[in-house]
Write a protein that binds this ligand. Structure first.
Ligand code: ADP
Length: 407
């Protein structure tokens, strides 16, 4: 710009000299004007051109590349992690994906944009924000296919020495699906337990109020109500006992039992303890045992609880079959097995996989009328898991049910 004014000054001085020399002023003035216009138009063009050139230069300047040596080291570390991790560049393109990420999201070609597989707008927003600001971010992200999974996704710039090349970003996924499932199970469990306790409590309150009011002077009604109240209170204490058993078992879930237990006398004890119930229900419990002891590693009291629950259920729900058979098999080279068989009505196939869930019952009314809490098989399952044993349930409608424990 400054050179323009210098040219104008020179041209003006020449024009002044010309004016003094020429007789008519028109030619020098016209020449002066033409020169001024020429100076400015040439300069305007050249400055636009230089701006354009400058801009092009900026655009053409290649983006700083990520230092490949640095990436190699980081990749080696991330490859062995069992949580999905990606390395992204400044354009959110994938530079590396570990095996866990391939397993979770499929293979993304190097250089492809992360949105090629992860399309959630919330997730892409935090990635964009971190790339723009350099501050770490995290967001919850869920995937529906192939199965429902929930992740906490974190994006953070890699902490690198200065002048080590372009920045790159670590996108990592923490799978919290199991935590969510356990949370949901816990809250369902608390809701179910409260519901189970609320029913007998409401009935107790109802009877107490009736006895304080309308039935105050009616000794016969009082007698009947007291009987029902005792039943309800007993039901509540059964439920509390089962809940306590479950919670004790949960506390010990990871401690493997270490006693040597002979199953022959143990099953004999279980039968003896259930004889009063069996005779009330008119059911015969038959034991089929091999010769000699059958020892396994376990916890005696817990195993008693397992077989008591199974034989009691067989007597209660298979009452119509009149007999319950308990087989203990311990063939050499085979796993020890205990089967509890009844000849009752059987369990419809759709219920079988869910029987060990807490409070799951084929018929709530039937279970209640048989003094059930819906927790018996859940307790069995817990104890067997601690014993590294399996529960196999086979049932056929109108033929009977077989609960087999395989140690
Ligand atoms: P409950 O306290 O109700 O007996 P369980 O957990 O022991 O709870 O059993 C769950 C459900 O499984 C029972 O309510 C019943 O519907 C079914 N069940 C268990 N054992 C048998 C069996 N031998 N025959 C038929 N149904 C059974």
């Amino acid at each position: 710009m400054r050179s323009n004014w210098l040219a104008v000054l020179v041209v003006t001085m020449l024009a002044v000299v010309a004016l003094t020399e020429f007789r008519t002023p028109y030619l020098p003035v016209a020449l002066w004007l033409a020169s001024i216009v020429a100076i400015f138009s040439i300069n305007a063009g050249s400055s636009a051109k230089s701006r354009e050139e400058k801009k092009q230069k900026v655009e053409a300047e290649p983006q700083e590349a990520v230092n490949p040596g640095l990436i190699a080291g980081v990749r080696a570390g991330l490859a062995v992690l069992d949580t999905p991790v990606f390395i992204l560049d400044q354009n959110a393109s994938v530079l590396f994906e570990n095996t866990a990420a391939e397993r979770a999201f499929g293979t993304l070609p190097v250089g492809s944009h992360i949105s090629g597989r992860l399309r959630s707008p919330g997730l892409l927003d935090v990635i964009r924000e971190t790339i723009a600001t350099g501050t770490p971010n995290q967001v919850e992200h869920s995937e529906r296919l192939p199965s429902e999974r929930v992740f906490i996704v974190r994006i953070a710039p890699a902490d690198m020495p200065q002048a080590a090349g372009a920045p790159f970003y670590i996108l990592s996924f923490r799978d919290i699906s199991d935590l969510r499932r356990i949370d949901r199970m816990r809250s369902d469990f608390v809701a179910n337990a409260s519901h189970e306790l609320r029913t007998p409590l409401a009935s107790l309150r109802g009877f107490i109020e009736t006895m304080q009011g309308p039935a105050k002077e009616d000794p016969k009604a009082r007698e009947r109500f007291l009987g029902i109240m005792l039943d309800q209170a007993t039901r509540m204490s059964r439920l509390v006992d089962d809940l306590m058993s479950l919670s004790r078992l949960e506390l010990r879930a990871n401690i493997a039992p270490d006693q040597k237990v002979d199953l022959v006398p143990l099953l004999g004890h279980v039968r003896d303890s259930l004889l009063p119930l069996a005779s009330d229900l008119d059911v015969a419990i038959n034991l089929h045992m091999p010769e000699g002891p059958v020892e396994i590693t376990g916890d005696r009291d817990e195993l008693v609880q397992v077989f008591q629950n199974l034989v009691e259920n067989a007597c209660k729900y298979g009452q119509d079959g009149k007999t319950v058979d308990v087989f203990l098999r311990a063939e050499t080279g085979q796993q020890v097995e205990v089967s509890v068989l009844d000849k009752g009505p059987g369990i419809p196939a759709e219920h079988v996989p869910r029987l060990t869930e807490r409070f799951y019952r084929v018929s709530v009314a039937d279970s209640r009328s048989k003094k059930g809490t819906g927790l018996g098989l859940a307790i069995v399952k817990h104890i067997l898991t601690r014993h590294r044993a399996r529960l196999i349930i086979r049932s056929e409608i109108d033929v009977g049910t077989d609960f087999t424990v395989r140690f």
